[in-house]
Ligand binder design. Structure first.
Ligand code: FEO
Length: 400
């Protein structure tokens, strides 16, 4: 047995768990692993929905056979062409050469480019249906969540939405599959970290997509390409994704510093102490050199206050801080209270970049904006306290 898991009478999960990959997309740490979810509908006609990363093809095909035995796969529906889901397409096609590959017009471009496949395909449009016998699947073209060809497939009989990456999360499936089989609180951070880092840039598109689907279908189960299948409370993940897509936050402040010899760290700690003295209970303090930005971005996505402090390096901002700023700019971070401070030894530079960051994002800058030379003086530390006090006051006001 290769552990296919039944969603309904005719629908099975045939995905795999990846605990070997250290960095998803060679960028994002996977301390809890990740799942590549694929599903098979064993109706009169057999349809696979997405595949898995190429490393797991053999296990995957065994799972497929575990469900359908000697039957053939009639259709492979491709909701998303990123290779964590499309990597096994060629092997599936070799196993089932008469299978038809279904996708939208943009899918086919990727299919040829990545795998040289140009035949045996069927192009569908938004709203088209595919008859499998006892059910019809309906297709929704949902571009840019988070690639141009992304789409979703809806099983109208069992009311399952196969959503591609949307509603997914980091974290492998450790024996469980469904939301009612696990303590969600443990995975919430990894789901938000997935959203904020992978989908967050396309938040407005995700929000429009969720709004549209909400008007057209009432899914009883959400089956994404990563993470849990939501059958007890699909509304929960829909609400969470919709909230994150609109950058709705809660009260709390993320303080991030870049510091070579500890002087900027002292300033950041003064800000954090002041935040605490002024009633902020959710404070996250990060050393930008030592915490991977994906975790910092995750907390920034959660809370409504950010304080960024950086030393200067070779007349410019400290490189790890610049990386974080670019990541936040690229994700159009907005609606946050923002405090900034810089430091330097023999030439300024960090504060200029922090001010530029402020111009690039729609956040509310709080006074004072300060720059320290050498070790922070008592006057500078008093200003740091002032930043903390003013940020605390603004985030409380914004949270009312
Ligand atoms: Fe899970 Fe966008 O691939």
């Amino acid at each position: 047995m290769y552990n296919s898991i039944k969603l309904t009478d005719k629908v099975h999960w045939v995905g795999v768990n990846d605990k070997e990959t250290d960095l998803f997309e060679s960028l994002w740490p996977l301390p809890e692993g990740i799942a590549y979810n694929s599903y098979i509908i064993n109706d009169d006609k057999v349809a696979l929905i997405d595949t898995v990363k190429i490393n797991y093809t053999d296990t995957y095909l065994e799972k497929v056979r575990d469900v359908i035995g000697d039957k053939k796969v009639d259709y492979l529906i491709i909701n998303h062409m990123e290779p964590d889901h499309s990597g096994s397409i060629k092997s599936v096609l070799e196993a089932y050469p008469e299978m038809k590959i279904i996708g939208n017009a943009k899918t086919m471009n990727f299919l040829e480019g990545f795998y040289g496949i140009t035949e045996g395909t069927q192009v569908i449009k938004d709203g088209d249906e595919l008859d499998l016998g006892s059910r019809k699947l309906k297709f929704f073209i949902t571009p840019m969540v988070h690639w141009p060809e992304t789409m979703m497939t809806y099983d109208q009989k069992d009311k399952i939405l196969f959503a591609g990456d949307v509603f997914g999360g980091f974290g492998s499936l450790n024996g469980f599959l469904f939301d009612d089989e696990v303590n969600i609180d443990h995975y919430e951070d990894e789901i938000r970290r997935y959203f904020s880092n992978i989908i967050g840039k396309y938040g407005p598109v995700a929000h429009r997509t969720i709004s549209r689907l909400g008007k057209e279908i009432e899914p009883e189960m959400i089956a994404s390409t990563h993470g849990l299948v939501w059958r007890e409370d699909p509304a929960h993940i829909i609400q969470e994704y919709d909230k994150w897509s609109q950058q709705e936050t809660e009260e709390g402040v993320v303080v991030v510093y870049g510091s070579m010899y500890g002087n900027t760290k002292v300033m950041a700690e003064a800000v954090a102490r002041s935040l605490s003295e002024n009633g902020i209970e959710q404070i996250r303090l990060f050393d930008v050199s030592r915490k991977h930005p994906s975790f910092i971005i995750n907390d920034i996505w959660k809370y409504n206050g950010i304080v960024l402090g950086s030393c200067t390096y070779n007349t410019e901002i400290f490189p790890p801080m610049d990386y974080l700023l670019k990541a936040l700019e690229s994700r159009n971070i907005k609606n946050r209270v923002l405090g900034i401070f810089g430091s330097y030894s023999w030439s300024g530079g960090a504060l200029d970049r922090l001010k530029e960051f402020k111009e690039n994002v729609n956040c509310q800058l709080v006074d004072p904006v300060i720059e320290s030379q050498h070790a922070p003086s008592s006057e500078i530390l008093e200003k740091c306290y002032e930043i903390g006090k003013n940020v605390a006051s603004a985030v409380k006001e914004n949270n009312e």
